[in-house]
Design a binder for this molecule. Structure first.
Ligand SMILES: *Cc1c(COP(=O)(O)O)cnc(C)c1O
Length: 384
C-alpha cells in the first residue's frame, strides 16, 4: 500500500524512511558528513551538501512532513523563521505587496511590518474576521496572503476555506503557518492553500529540544522556495532532522492528548472566579468556535486567558505554578505558561499590542501531555 494512502498515524511512523539505504536499519542514522563523492551533477543544486538540504536526514524529515500535510514536496529549515522568511522572500522577490493577518507570531509580524519595507517590499494587515474588508486591501502588486491556522497569541481562527478561495480569485499565493493546529487537527492544502509553513521547533518535534522549520507544497512551489533557501542558507542540521523525524512518530498521540487536556483545562479556567476571560477555540464562548469546529478535527493545545487582577495577577500565576514552567516556547510534552506582552510580543509597541488584543495581563498556556488531574491541581492551587 503506498504510504500516502495510509492514515496519518501510519505515515507519522513510516513516511520518508528508506530502510534499504542503510542496511535495513529501521531508524536512519545521523549522517554528519558534509562531503560526498561527486556522482552525476547537472547543476549547483544537485551537489550533495548540507546547505542544499539534500542529506539523508534532511530528505527523510522533509518527505515525512510533506506526507502528513498531504503535499507533493517538503523542505526542512534551520528554524520556523527560516521557513517563513525564505517563503515570503521567494514570493515577494523584486518588491511586492503582501496581505497578512494581524496579529501574527511576533517575529513574523516584525518581518512583515518592518523588514519587508527595508527590502523594498511591503505588507498590509487585514482583519480575518471581516472578509468584506479583504478585497479593499488588494493592490496591483499584491502577490500573496499570509495567515496562521490558529493565530498567536489570541487564538483567532479564520475561515480558511474562504481565505484560500479569496486568494485564488485574486491570483495570490495562499500561505499558512500551521504550527498551532498541526496536521493532526488541520490540513490546509486540502482547503486550497498553496504553501504550508511550520515552526517544527514546536509540536512537530514536540520534545523542546530541536530548532527547525518546514515548508510544504507542490513540487514546483517547493522547488522555487528551495532555490532561495540554498542561497540564503537557512538549512537544517542533520542531527536536528534526526530528532525531528523521531519526534514526529508520536505527533498524533501527543496532539490528541493535548487537545483533550487543553479543552478540559480551558473549561476549568472558564469556571474559575478569578479568571476574567478564556480564549480557546474549543469553547462555545470563543468567537471563532463555529468555524473552528467546522474545519478542525481538534482545537489544539494552546489557551490564552486574562485574570481579574490584570498584569499583576498574571505575574503571580506564573510564580505560583509548581509543575507548570514559566517559559515563552510551546508545543512540547510539558505544560508552559508565558505572558506574551513580556516575551513573544515584547518587540511590538504598547499601542500595537493594544490593537492586537494582547493585554499586559494576557497569559498564554501551552498545554502538555501530563495527567489532567495534576494540571487541574496545579492551576487550582496557583489561582487560589
Ligand atoms: C515559534 C513560532 C514561529 C517561529 O519559529 P522558530 O522555530 O522559533 O523560528 C513561527 N510561527 C509560530 C506560530 C510560532 O509559534
Amino acid at each position: 500500500m503506498p504510504i500516502e494512502q495510509t492514515h496519518l498515524e501510519t505515515q507519522l511512523v513510516h513516511a520518508g524512511v528508506r530502510k534499504q539505504a542503510f542496511h535495513g536499519a529501521a531508524v536512519t542514522p545521523i549522517v554528519r558528513s558534509t562531503v560526498f563523492e561527486t556522482q552525476k551533477v547537472v547543476d549547483y543544486h544537485d551537489v550533495v551538501y548540507p546547505r542544499l538540504s539534500n542529506l539523508p536526514n534532511q530528505n527523510e524529515a522533509a518527505r515525512a512532513i510533506a506526507s502528513i500535510e498531504g503535499g507533493e514536496a517538503g523542505l526542512v529549515t534551520a528554524s520556523g523563521m527560516a521557513a517563513i522568511t525564505t517563503v515570503l522572500l521567494s514570493v515577494l522577490q523584486g518588491g511586492g505587496h503582501l496581505l497578512a493577518q494581524r496579529p501574527l507570531y511576533g517575529a513574523s509580524q516584525h518581518f512583515a511590518q518592518t523588514t519587508l519595507p527595508q527590502l523594498g517590499a511591503r505588507a498590509s494587515f487585514i482583519d480575518v474576521r471581516n472578509p468584506d474588508s479583504w478585497s479593499g486591501a488588494v493592490k496591483a502588486d499584491t502577490r500573496a496572503i499570509y495567515v496562521e491556522a490558529i493565530s498567536n497569541p489570541v487564538l483567532q481562527v479564520a475561515d480558511h476555506r474562504r481565505i484560500a478561495s479569496f486568494a485564488k480569485q485574486h491570483g495570490l499565493v495562499a500561505i499558512i503557518d500551521n504550527t498551532f493546529a498541526t496536521p493532526v487537527n488541520f490540513r490546509p492544502l486540502e482547503v486550497g492553500f498553496d504553501i504550508v509553513v511550520h515552526s517544527a521547533t514546536k509540536y512537530l518535534n514536540g520534545h523542546s529540544d530541536v530548532c527547525a522549520g518546514a515548508v510544504v507544497g507542490s513540487q514546483e512551489r517547493v522547488r522555487a522556495v528551495k532555490q532561495w533557501l540554498d542561497i540564503l542558507g537557512g538549512s537544517a542540521d542533520p542531527e536536528a532532522c534526526f530528532l525531528l523525524r523521531r519526534g514526529l512518530k508520536t505527533l498524533a498521540l501527543r496532539v490528541g492528548r493535548q487537545n483533550d487536556n487543553a479543552l478540559s483545562l480551558a473549561r476549568l479556567l472558564e469556571a474559575h472566579p478569578v479568571v476574567e476571560q478564556v480564549l480557546y477555540p474549543g469553547l462555545e464562548s470563543h468567537p471563532d468556535h463555529p468555524v473552528a469546529r467546522e474545519q478542525f478535527s481538534g482545537f489544539g493545545g494552546m489557551i490564552a486567558c486574562t485574570l481579574r487582577g490584570g498584569a499583576e495577577a498574571a505575574q503571580q500565576l506564573t510564580r505560583q505554578l509548581k509543575l507548570v514552567t514559566h517559559s515563552a516556547s510551546l508545543g512540547g510534552a510539558e505544560t508552559l505558561v508565558t505572558i506574551p506582552a513580556q516575551t513573544s510580543h515584547a518587540g511590538l509597541t504598547a499601542a500595537e499590542r493594544q490593537a492586537a488584543g494582547i493585554g499586559d495581563g494576557l497569559v498564554r498556556i501551552s498545554v502538555g501531555i501530563e495527567h489532567i488531574d495534576d494540571l487541574h491541581a496545579d492551576f487550582e492551587q496557583a489561582l487560589g
